[in-house]
Ligand binder design. Structure first.
Ligand code: ADP
Ligand code: GLC
Length: 489
């Protein structure tokens, strides 16, 4: 019998990584999972583009030199360094004119996707393949871990190469298909046979995501429930057939939380640190947040928090309707987010109409996000689908009770409050029966009643704060899976 090959080197490829570039939870995962794997003895290199401002956040930098190869743009280079804030080892891909731009990783300052995203991420994928083939810095990974559509071409390209390491593709959000027109397929000079329904073609267009799903040796997604949901027509985004076909290769591994960044006891961005035994300090954070956001200093009114990309996925329309329904009730709302302009307009109008009860900050603000977690009583997350979701887990640690819908990672992390779950100290939040307004209203009413019951409310918050979603368990599951992939091919 051949002994199991032990695994040592991992190339983790991503389009976001906190604090270098962050749009959503992918950045948090790309920061904490590689570091958690490193503590398990793996040698992990995280590869991402050198977006504007990223390089200045590194220390111990070293130029790895120019990268040349077929179909690569001229003057590509890699810089190795350590992220000052987290200690993570990264390789940044520099390409003149490609990544160093104002805006987010994917869009300009007006929210329009960069028209050359296909090229920006194709270059990232091709460079990852050069590294995977051992042609860069005398280092070769035993496995390449890809994340979301931006890395979807890696498994496709490596399947064409000889002696390439195996790949794992993680789905953080199936709805982002990485769709481009057919002529992009020609421009990329991929083998013509790949332009087929069984490969990269998706209803007459070309999907990077489909490449990852079809060609990676193994697939994961970020919660067990989402792994099941995406195999159904309702959640499958047109790819459920492919995912059912690849069912045996697909696992759900729940994301973890970086408790060094999200810990109310040590969080440097909050005014009053606290633990489950000093919740009076949390009340001071509430007062501080009310003051900062211009809300009336009402200590006995429930304060509902929201931090989110303002997109349909997150059920923002349901939140707006709920806010309207409760506009004249003794409830306060503190909302932070940007995205869809219609949602922004509606939230702004509500905040202007009810300045002492509703606040809206239409931006991306790390510090305020932490302060909302610390100051709010409830965290509202009525997502239509949620692959994992991180904010509900951050909220638990901050004693901010989540109100969620029964989908994906929300269903896997929050236990609904009933007399039974409360008495057994299992209840951690409120889970609606569905992602619609009547169900949300019903659950919200129940949540406000529990808020008034001081003993129940204290028990609920303390149980939530004791939950442990640290990365250790999830990283061990990834490690086990890496070993399985490397040893079974
Ligand atoms: P998603 O990745 O779908 O956006 P997650 O819950 O996994 O959802 O992760 C969202 C992450 O982005 C969290 O860390 C959250 O605090 C952060 N975030 C989202 N919007 C904002 C914002 N406007 N300002 C600051 N942080 C935000
Ligand atoms: C995606 C999902 C979110 C998940 C995050 C990190 O953005 O929408 O649910 O937590 O990726 O995996």
């Amino acid at each position: 019998m051949t002994p199991n090959r032990s695994i040592r080197n991992i190339l983790f490829v991503t389009s976001e990584c906190y604090p270098l570039a962050k749009v959503g939870g992918l950045a948090d995962v790309s920061s904490s999972l590689p570091r958690a794997l490193a503590t398990k003895g793996l040698n992990v290199v995280t590869l991402l583009p050198a977006y504007q401002g990223a390089l200045t956040q590194l220390e111990n930098t070293r130029a790895l030199g120019a990268i040349n190869g077929p179909l690569l743009m001229p003057d590509l280079s890699l810089i190795e360094g350590t992220v000052k804030q987290t200690g993570q080892r990264v390789w940044l891909l520099q390409a003149p004119g490609l990544y160093d731009r104002d805006g987010t990783p994917y869009a300009d300052a007006y929210g329009h996707d960069w028209p050359d995203n296909w090229q920006r991420y194709a270059q990232l994928c091709r460079v990852a393949c050069e590294i995977a083939s051992g042609r860069v810095a005398d280092w070769q990974p035993d496995l390449v871990h890809c994340n979301d559509w931006q890395t979807g071409l890696i498994p496709v390209l490596l399947k064409q190469a000889s002696l390439a390491p195996p790949t794992l593709f993680t789905i953080h959000n199936l709805a982002y298909l990485g769709l481009f027109d057919g002529d992009i397929f020609s421009q990329l000079q991929l083998p013509p046979a790949l332009w087929s329904f069984d490969a990269l073609e998706f209803h007459g267009r070309f999907s990077y995501l489909k490449g990852g799903l079809g060609f990676a040796d193994a697939l994961t997604t970020v919660s067990p429930t989402y792994a099941k949901e995406i195999q159904t027509e309702d959640y499958g985004c047109g790819l459920d057939g492919l995912l059912r076909f690849r069912k045996k290769a697909l696992t759900g591994i729940l994301n973890g939380v970086d408790y060094e960044t999200w810990n109310p006891e040590t969080d440097p961005t909050i005014a009053f640190p606290y633990t489950s035994q000093s919740l009076t300090e949390k009340a001071k954070n509430k007062k501080h947040l009310q003051k900062k956001t211009g809300l009336a200093p009402k200590s006995n009114q429930p304060l509902i928090g929201l931090i989110s990309r303002l997109v349909e996925q997150k059920g923002i329309d349901l939140i707006i309707d709920l806010m309207k329904a409760y506009a004249d009730e003794p409830v306060q709302w503190v909302t932070l987010g940007n995205g869809n302009v219609d949602y922004e307009r509606e939230l702004k109008a509500l905040a202007e109409a009810h300045p002492s009860a509703i606040s809206f900050t239409p931006s991306y603000d790390e510090q305020l996000a932490h302060q909302i977690e610390a100051g709010a009583d409830f965290f509202l997350m009525p997502s239509r689908y949620e692959p994992c979701g991180l904010n509900q887990m951050y909220s638990l640690r901050y004693g901010t009770v989540p109100i969620v819908t029964p989908t994906g990672g929300l269903a896997d992390t929050i236990i609904h409050t009933t007399p039974g779950t409360l008495s057994k100290k299992q209840a951690t939040g409120f889970v609606t029966k569905g992602a619609d307004l009547p169900n949300l209203k019903q659950t919200f009413k129940h949540a406000l009643n529990i808020y008034k019951d001081k003993a129940a409310w204290l028990k609920l918050r303390r149980t939530g704060m004791q939950q442990d979603f640290s990365w250790g368990k999830s990283a061990a599951a990834y490690l086990q899976l890496y070993e399985k992939i490397v040893n079974t091919g």
